[in-house]
Design a protein around this ligand. Structure first.
Ligand SMILES: C[S@@+](CC[C@H](N)C(=O)[O-])C[C@H]1O[C@@H](n2cnc3c(N)ncnc32)[C@H](O)[C@@H]1O
Length: 225
């Protein structure tokens, strides 16, 4: 490896301005922050100056002004979902990972979802389809859309998401989605709309908390076929 390649690799492996950082305390309490020169993180064990974190290698210990150690890491998608501000039930990482695999969601895909809720699944979809794909996320409640938009903006993922405020009973604007996912209480009411939004051979998925609801959905998909 050439010397300038080595230097470039070192730069990538240290915390840089605008990076998201996960700080893990000895008691496992965690904080996720976007690193900004001049900013500070106030913790229960003292203050961490972002300037002291910038240019530190990932995986090293950093210390508050009271000499308490924190581990400096890059947050995983799981960390981001768990840290998300939420006022609704969200889709948890274990289910989200399975959804990505089952629905073949990968970079470049066009994914439609409803409802946006707090944006937990939107975040996972946005990361999975970036940098060339897109997520179109429908929500009927303005306050939920606001929260999800702010969550995605803070993570720098909003550029991959188009938020639409609408009751999906009125239908989707899209007709070429590679995948369509419903996290709403009665998905069987929207099968015709979902079918119209999908490209031929596109994937359809739902998440439901009870077996009664799953049976009802399967019955409705059979009747619709
Ligand atoms: C459980 S939350 C979705 C959580 C989201 N998947 C997440 O991981 O954060 C369900 C959302 O669906 C929205 N919703 C319910 N019925 C809807 C409809 N007919 N059209 C659009 N949104 C709807 C609700 O307002 C609620 O915000």
């Amino acid at each position: 490896m050439r010397e300038d390649d080595l230097i470039a690799e070192q730069i990538v492996q240290t915390a840089q301005p605008n990076d998201l950082a996960l700080l893990v305390g000895r008691d496992r309490k965690t904080f996720i922050v976007r690193l900004k020169p001049g900013s500070q993180l106030h913790t229960h064990y003292g203050v961490l100056a972002h300037d002291d974190l910038l240019a530190s290698p990932w995986g090293t210990q950093v210390f508050t002004h009271m000499e308490h150690p924190f581990l400096l890491l890059q947050p995983s998608t799981d960390d981001l979902v768990r840290d998300l501000k939420r006022t609704t039930q969200i889709v948890y990482p274990k289910d989200a990972g399975y959804i990505l695999m089952k629905m073949r969601i990968a970079p470049g895909c066009r994914v439609v979802e409803a409802g946006t809720g707090s944006g937990g699944l939107t975040l996972v979809f946005a990361q999975a389809v970036s940098p060339t794909g897109s997520v179109i996320s429908y929500e009927v409640r303005p306050e939920m859309q606001r929260l999800a938009r702010s969550n995605l903006e803070q993570l720098g993922l909003d550029e991959f998401v188009e938020f639409k405020l609408r009751d999906i009973a009125e239908g989707f604007d899209e007709h070429d989605a590679d995948a369509l996912f419903l996290d709403v209480p009665t998905p069987w009411d929207y099968l015709a709309q979902a079918h119209a939004a999908l490209a031929g051979g596109g994937f359809f998925g739902c998440i439901l908390p009870t077996t009664n609801q799953v049976s009802r959905l399967i019955g409705a998909t059979r009747s619709a076929a």
